[in-house]
Design a protein around this ligand. Structure first.
Ligand code: NAD
Length: 258
């Protein structure tokens, strides 16, 4: 049922929308999909970096500014994608307020809590709502970027952890509502080093940062992007409603001190 149009002008005919793609994991996902010949619409709040990175990615990338928490902006952005390409095959909900730390619970401001929920959880709902008719027409797929923090915590991370736990639940709810035409899955990264190459060289992570991971290293944006690309592919055609953890095995490790 998945449509693979013949490649035209250096692309495979399929169109993906990636939110929060001006930097970090979202940019890595956009670049990976373009390397697989997708046409990719990068969206972000950041109107300065967004157009620059889209231009650097070449002719198969387009930037549209969008606050994922604002339904009017989401609706207008999705309409622009359809106007430009006439189709949508994949949605990657990556945009988030990604700093997991809030204040102590006693001083946690409800306005801050509400904004985290609106962006990290409301955003993917709004994107799914407005993209669903077009994804259904192409038997497309959605991937939501969740987090291992949906299931384990450090102190003072209530808002982020709750938003990501909600997104894991939203993922399986959408999979049941939108199937069989649309598959919906979640990818939960662990520690991913999203810093620019120059910063990584200037301030390298420590040996113990890497060694504590069962894989012997901290993750890269490519580790996440490869999983997202697979979930959007024909090979994942029997996979929906699931959460895939990409954390170098950290969430499977006993941490009792010897
Ligand atoms: N980096 C990690 O270690 C890690 C671990 C687990 C989960 N994640 C998740 O992966 C995703 C990407 O993380 P990252 O580290 O690349 O984050 P990042 O902060 O580097 O990038 C997030 C992007 O989202 C954009 N954004 C924020 N609010 C937005 C809004 N309202 N509308 C549109 N765009 C908005 C930002 O401008 C930014 O470009 C997030 O969902 C994050 O929660 C990251």
């Amino acid at each position: 049922m998945i449509d693979f149009a013949p490649a035209e002008r250096g692309h495979n005919g399929r169109v993906a929308l990636v939110t929060g793609a001006a930097r970090g994991i979202g940019l890595g996902i956009a670049a990976w999909l373009i390397s697989e010949q997708w046409q990719v619409v990068l969206t972000d709040l950041d109107r300065v970096r967004g157009p620059k990175v889209a231009q650097a990615l070449g002719e198969n990338a387009l930037f549209i500014a969008m606050d994922v928490a604002d339904e009017a902006q989401v609706a207008a952005g999705v309409a622009q994608v359809l106007g430009q390409f006439g189709r949508l095959d994949a949605l990657v909900c990556n945009a988030a307020i990604a700093d997991p730390h809030n204040t102590t619970l006693e001083s946690l401001d409800i306005a801050h809590w509400n904004r985290i929920m609106a962006v990290n959880l409301g955003g993917p709902m709004l994107l799914a709502k407005h993209c669903a008719p077009y994804l259904r027409a192409r038997c497309g797929a959605i991937v939501n970027l969740t987090s291992t923090r949906a299931r384990q915590s450090e102190p003072d991370t209530e808002a982020y952890a709750a938003s990501k736990g909600g997104l894991v639940a939203l993922t399986h709810a959408l999979a049941i509502s939108l199937g069989p035409e649309i598959r919906v899955n979640a990818v939960s990264p662990g520690w991913i080093d999203t810093r620019d190459a120059a910063v990584r060289r200037a301030e390298p992570l420590s040996d113990s940062d890497h060694a504590q991971h069962p894989t012997g290293r901290v993750g890269t944006v490519e580790d996440v992007a490869g999983m997202v690309a697979w979930l959007l592919s024909r090979q994942a055609g029997f996979v929906t409603g699931q959460e895939f953890v990409v954390d170098g095995g950290m969430s499977r490790k006993m941490i009792y001190q010897p």
